[in-house]
Design a protein around this ligand. Structure first.
Ligand SMILES: O=C(O)CCC(=O)C(=O)O
Length: 252
């Protein structure tokens, strides 16, 4: 990764269109997701597939792919823990109801310090029409803001959280359009959201959540759980989380 990318991440709070998985690699992962979708059903796949890297090897393979971790290392340093994984899958929605409200990830994760980084892997092409992720560049520098509850439609977030409208200048929103296999990366304090999927195509993304070992979980997250955090690169001298063994071997 170039110095420019590191500077962009520090300044803007995100990187986008990072080429990562080849067409055939992402085609394989998409087929694995399609099979999981058939087993679990669409309702659950929207936001109900959390931490499934613990039992689905293809998710583990993406989360621990050395190319992904190399990019994360440039941004976060040499010691990296996998906090969780989570699919956000939006199906064609002619009534344009399901959306993700403006939020900051770390608000409801119970972390101290409130630091985390997400790689969002495009399983399908993700664009404005099918409701790609949107960000407010530089908003990670605002600090954590108090979230309220969304009053509109069907917010897919866990506790219907939303940054109040008056705090978001949506004229500054930038759409993170990605081809399948590319990823974007965002800081856990960046304001981000996504609009409904008004296309006739699915829009599936896999979020890979990473923290550095100095971060603790001091409260339960919004799902009422503790994260099954796993060291995937470097050393953990802090031991803030119970040791968790790897569910599968690291990919070669
Ligand atoms: O995929 C989306 O539309 C939203 C993703 C998101 O909110 C997140 O990565 O925290």
């Amino acid at each position: 990764m170039s110095q420019d990318n590191m500077q962009t991440y520090a300044e803007e709070g995100f990187l986008t269109q990072v080429d990562l998985f080849s067409e055939s690699e992402i085609g394989h992962f998409r087929a694995c997701f399609d099979a999981l979708e058939t087993r679990e059903g669409r309702e659950k796949c929207q936001i109900g597939l959390q931490a499934r890297h613990l039992d689905e090897e293809f998710i583990w393979q993406m989360a621990t792919d050395s190319r992904v971790i190399d990019v994360m290392q440039e941004l976060m340093g040499e010691n990296i823990m996998l906090l969780s994984t989570h699919f956000f899958c939006k199906y064609p929605d002619p009534e344009a109801k399901k959306f993700v409200a403006w939020h900051q990830d770390v608000t409801y994760w119970g972390l101290d310090p409130a630091e985390a980084h997400t790689a969002w892997v495009a399983i399908d092409d993700s664009d404005t029409e099918n409701g790609c992720m949107r960000v407010i560049p530089g908003s990670h520098k605002n600090g954590i803001v108090t979230h309220g509850e969304s009053k509109e439609g069907e917010n897919l977030l866990s506790v219907n959280q939303e940054i109040p409208d008056e705090l978001v200048d949506s004229s500054q929103a930038f759409d993170l359009e990605l081809k399948a296999g590319q990823l974007s990366i965002h800081d856990g304090q960046l304001y981000h959201a996504s609009n409904p999927n008004t296309s006739d195509r699915r829009r599936c993304g896999l979020t890979l959540r990473y923290i550095a070992p100095h971060v603790k979980q001091i409260e339960l997250n919004s799902l009422g759980t503790r994260y099954p955090t796993i060291l995937i690169r470097g050393e953990d001298r802090h031991r803030n989380f119970p040791e968790q063994s790897m569910p599968f071997a690291m990919p070669a």
